[in-house]
Design a protein around this ligand. Structure first.
Ligand SMILES: CCCCCCCCCCCCC/C=C/[C@@H](O)[C@H](CO)NC(=O)CCCCCCCCCCCCCCC
Ligand SMILES: Nc1ncnc2c1ncn2[C@@H]1O[C@H](COP(=O)(O)OP(=O)(O)OP(=O)(O)O)[C@@H](O)[C@H]1O
Ligand SMILES: [Ca+2]
Length: 529
C-alpha cells in the first residue's frame, strides 16, 4: 500500500520525552525519537497502534484537537501535570488531541495525548494542520437533534446524556438541540409535524428500543408524508430518509444499539456518532389488511414474547427487571397458539439462518449489490410469486413465532434470537417454536444465553424470509378487537384478564398479541414485508 505523503513532521515533547510526531492525510503518529519501531503511516489505517513506543491514530478517529491552556489538566497520564515555571521552557506551548481508543468487547473510549512544542507558532501550525484534516471528513455530523426519554430503562437517560455524552459532543464541536420528552410519542409527533429537519445532520435517541422505534416512526412517516406515499398500502415502495439516527443506550433491552454497535455503552455510541459511522438496517412494515400498524427493526414476536410483553407493561415501574418477572410467569403459563404462517423464502444461496456468518459493520453479505436488486424484484412481484406458488404455508400449534430482522443481540442474550441474521439484507429470520414440553422449551431458551445452537431442536424451525403473513386459527371477533383496544381501566378488560390468568375457568385465550420491538400490536392477523 502506498504511504500517504506527510503533511507535517516535528520533534515534540510527550511526558518529558522527545518524540518524532508526523501527520499525514491518513494518520497522526508519534514515537520516541531514536526508536526504530514500525514505519509511520502504514499502521494508522488499521487503527491506533501502540508498539515499542510508537503510536498511530487514523485521522478519521481523531475526535478533536485544541491548544492546551496553561495549568490545565492533562488526562494523558490520568493526573494533573505540572507546568514548568521557567517562561523559556519548551513545555509552555502544547496541544491536546482527543481520539478513539478501542478497548475490550467492542467498546470505545476517548483518549488524549498532549504534545508540547518549542514555540507557539509551531503549536498553532499543528492545531491548524490537524483541524484541516478533520474538516475534510464530511460524513461527520455537525448539528444534531437529540431526544431524551427520561423514563426509559432505569430512568437514567438524562444523566447519561449530560454526564457522558454532552461533554464529548461539545469537545467535537457538535452543536445540539436537546428535547427531553414529556410524554410517550412526543418525539415521534415532533419529528412528524414540527421539527425543521433541514437544520440537522442527524437525530440522536437517548433511550431504549421503544424510544428508537418512536424516532424511526417519526422520521419514516415524515419522509413518506412529504413524498405523498401512502403507508397504508402494503405494496407501496417507501422513500428512504436522509437523516441517520444515533442511539445512546438508556433503555431496558437496548437490542438495536447492542446488535448494531456490539455493546450498550453510551460513550462508545457517542464516539461512533462523532466519527460519522453509519450502519443501514432492515425495516419491516406490518399491516392488518389495508391498515398500516407499525414498522419493526428487531423482534416481532407472537406467543411467548407477546404474552411476556403484555404482562410486563403492567410492571413498568420495576424497570428492566419487569421482563425477567414476566418472562418467568409467561414461561410457567406455557400457553400455545394455533395459526397459519405463510412466507416467501429468501434466496438460500446467499445466506441462511443456520450458517455461522455473523453480521458486523461492513458485512459482506449486506453489501452485496445483487441483494438490493433481488429485494426489489421480490417486492415488485408479490402476486407473481404467489401464483408461482413460491409461498410456503405452515399450520400448527406454536409456543412462539418470532421474526427477527437483525440478530436481536442484547446483554440478556449476547448472540441474540437469531445469531446469523443480517442487519441490512432485506430479510428476517422466522423462528417457529412448536408446542413442546416445558423442559424442552426451557432448554431452547437457555441456549440463547450460551454457545449452543437454539435452532437444533426437533420442535424449532427457522426460515430466512422476505415477507410473511400470520392468521390465527380462531379469527378475532369484533368484541375481542374492542377489548384489545380499550384501556386497562375498563371492567371488560378486567374480567378478560382474570380469565386469561385462570385457565381453570375454561377460558384460556385463543390468541396472543404481537410484540413489535417492545410495543403491543392491536391485531393478531398481520402481513409483514
Ligand atoms: C432461563 C433463562 C432463559 C433466558 C432467555 C433469554 C432470551 C432472551 C432473548 C432476548 C431477545 C430480545 C429481543 C428484543 C426485543 C426488543 O425488541 C424488545 C424491546 O426492547 N424487548 C423485549 O421484548 C424484552 C425481551 C426480554 C426477554 C426476556 C425473557 C426472559 C425469559 C425468562 C424465562 C425464564 C424461565 C425460567 C424458568 C424457571
Ligand atoms: N416522557 C415520557 N413519558 C412517558 N413515556 C415516554 C416518554 N418518552 C418516551 N416514552 C415512551 O417510553 C417507552 C419506553 O421507552 P424506552 O424504549 O426508552 O425504554 P424501555 O422500554 O425501558 O427500554 P427497551 O425498549 O430497550 O426495552 C417508549 O415506548 C416511549 O414511547
Ligand atoms: Ca435482516
Amino acid at each position: 500500500m502506498e504511504r500517504p505523503p506527510r503533511l507535517l513532521c516535528s520533534e515534540l515533547r510527550l511526558q518529558g520525552r522527545v518524540c518524532e510526531v508526523s501527520l499525514s492525510g491518513a494518520a497522526l503518529c508519534w514515537r520516541e525519537a531514536g526508536q526504530s519501531g514500525r514505519r509511520w503511516g502504514s499502521a494508522g489505517v488499521y487503527g491506533p497502534l501502540k508498539a515499542a513506543g510508537s503510536h498511530c491514530v487514523p485521522v478519521c478517529e481523531i475526535i478533536a484537537v485544541q491548544e492546551t491552556e496553561e495549568d490545565s489538566p492533562s488526562t494523558d497520564v490520568g493526573k494533573w501535570q505540572k507546568v514548568p515555571q521557567n517562561p523559556s521552557s519548551s513545555n509552555q506551548h502544547s496541544f491536546t488531541v482527543s481520539y478513539v481508543e478501542r478497548t475490550l468487547k467492542h467498546r470505545w473510549r476517548c483518549s488524549e495525548v498532549t504534545l508540547h512544542c518549542t514555540d507557539r507558532k509551531l503549536c498553532l501550525q499543528w492545531v491548524q494542520a490537524i483541524r484541516e484534516q478533520l474538516a475534510l471528513l464530511t460524513i461527520r455530523p455537525k448539528r444534531l437533534l437529540v431526544y431524551i426519554n427520561p423514563y426509559g430503562g432505569k430512568q437514567r437517560g438524562k444523566r447519561i446524556y449530560e454526564q457522558k455524552v454532552a461533554p464529548i459532543f461539545s469537545r467535537a464541536s457538535i452543536s445540539t438541540d436537546v428535547i427531553v420528552t414529556e410524554r410517550a410519542n412526543h418525539a415521534r409527533d415532533h419529528l412528524k409535524t414540527e421539527a425543521d429537519l433541514k437544520k440537522y445532520d442527524g437525530v440522536v435517541c437517548v433511550g431504549g428500543d421503544g424510544m428508537f422505534s418512536e424516532i424511526m416512526h417519526g422520521l419514516i412517516s415524515r419522509t413518506q408524508c412529504d413524498a405523498g406515499v401512502d403507508q397504508n398500502r402494503p405494496d407501496e415502495e417507501l422513500i428512504s430518509c436522509g437523516l441517520r439516527i444515533g442511539i445512546i443506550p438508556a433503555g431496558s433491552t437496548d437490542c438495536i444499539c447492542y446488535a448494531t454497535v456490539g455493546s450498550n455503552d453510551p460513550v462508545t455510541s457517542a464516539l461512533h456518532i462523532i466519527v460519522g459511522d453509519s450502519q443501514p438496517m432492515d425495516v419491516c412494515s406490518v399491516h392488518h389488511h389495508d391498515t398500516f400498524l407499525r414498522y419493526s427493526v428487531s423482534l416481532l414476536g407472537y406467543g411467548f414474547y407477546g404474552d411476556m410483553l403484555t404482562d410486563s407493561e403492567r410492571k413498568r415501574w420495576m424497570g428492566p427487571a419487569r421482563y425477567d418477572i414476566s418472562g418467568v410467569k409467561t414461561f410457567l403459563s406455557h400457553r400455545y397458539y394455533e395459526g397459519t404462517i405463510s412466507f416467501l423464502p429468501a434466496d438460500g444461496t446467499v445466506s441462511t439462518p443456520r450458517d455461522k456468518i455473523q453480521c458486523r459493520s461492513g458485512c459482506n453479505i449486506c453489501q452485496m449489490p445483487s441483494l438490493v436488486e433481488s429485494t426489489y424484484k421480490a417486492e415488485d412481484s408479490i402476486s407473481e410469486a404467489e401464483t408461482k406458488d413460491t409461498w410456503q404455508v405452515i399450520r400448527g400449534k406454536f409456543l412462539a413465532i418470532n421474526a427477527a430482522c437483525m440478530s436481536c443481540a442484547c446483554p440478556r442474550s449476547p448472540k441474540g434470537l437469531s445469531p446469523s441474521a443480517h442487519l441490512a439484507d432485506g430479510t428476517a429470520d422466522l423462528i417457529l417454536v412448536r408446542k413442546c414440553s416445558r423442559i424442552d422449551f426451557l432448554r431452547h431458551l437457555l441456549r440463547h444465553t450460551n454457545k449452543d445452537d437454539q435452532f437444533d431442536h426437533p420442535f424449532v424451525e427457522v426460515y430466512r424470509v422476505r415477507q410473511f403473513r400470520f392468521t390465527p386459527r380462531y379469527q378475532e371477533t369484533d368484541s375481542e378487537l374492542e377489548l384489545r383496544e380499550v384501556g386497562a381501566g375498563s371492567s371488560k378488560h378486567f374480567f378478560t384478564q382474570i380469565c386469561r390468568e385462570h385457565p381453570a375457568c375454561g377460558c384460556t385465550p385463543t390468541q396472543s398479541s404481537w410484540n413489535c420491538d417492545g410495543e403491543i400490536l392491536p391485531h393478531a392477523a398481520i402481513q409483514v414485508r
